[in-house]
Write a protein that binds this ligand. Structure first.
Ligand SMILES: [Fe+2]
Ligand SMILES: [Fe+2]
Length: 196
């Protein structure tokens, strides 16, 4: 596997300055969240750093990379290939950077859409991507505070936000995002019930 310096150099060459800075921000936020919630810090930092390694590859090539590597592409993904930059990023991380760790690969793969029953590392990276320091949108402070109070409740807020934005733009919502949100809402409700 590449070392961190090789990964950073690759990102510097293949991403805009803004997205490179975002990647460093996600690495940092992922480290903090991993510490807070007991995830593997080293894996969180690597996944955070390279999560967007395929973000600036053009849509046709992203589709091509995913098709050649057996990614299931439904009509929503076909219509929005940029949603596949997570899946393509995991493929690049493995094939180009030599990352073999399944936790890291699945966290990169699922950072864009989310999925039902996400692992701890998947949640950490999804949220780190949302709250890193260069992010600015209404409600970000509330989300940053929530992120260090409850991982699951912060994730629900993130999925709410994502779905709101997708609707406001008139775009398609991927079913995995809906399932990710439903799953966590049910999980949190069950835990509250149990603790009564
Ligand atoms: Fe991304
Ligand atoms: Fe990102």
């Amino acid at each position: 596997m590449w070392n961190e310096e090789q990964m950073r150099n690759y990102l510097k060459e293949n991403l805009s300055q803004g997205r490179y800075n975002h990647s460093l921000g996600v690495e940092d936020a992922a480290e903090k969240l991993a510490k807070q919630y007991g995830a593997n810090i080293k894996k969180a930092k690597i996944a955070g750093l390279i999560h967007d390694c395929a973000k600036e590859i053009d849509k046709k090539e992203i589709l091509d990379i995913c098709r050649k590597n057996g990614v299931d592409i439904d009509y929503v993904l076909e219509a929005n290939p940029s949603l596949l930059h997570g899946a393509a990023g995991a493929i690049m991380a493995q094939k180009v950077m030599g990352v073999e760790d399944e936790d890291i690969l699945s966290a990169i793969k699922n950072h864009t859409i989310g999925k039902s029953d996400m692992s701890l590392l998947e949640k950490v990276i999804y949220l780190a991507d949302y709250i890193e320091t260069s992010r600015k949108f209404p409600g970000i402070e509330e989300l940053r505070n929530a992120a260090f109070r409850s991982l699951d409740e912060a994730l629900i807020l993130s999925f709410d936000k994502t779905i709101e934005v997708v609707i406001s733009r008139g775009n398609l919502i991927h079913k995995d995002t809906v399932e990710a949100r439903n799953f966590i809402i049910c999980k949190v409700a069950k835990e509250k019930d149990y603790n009564k």
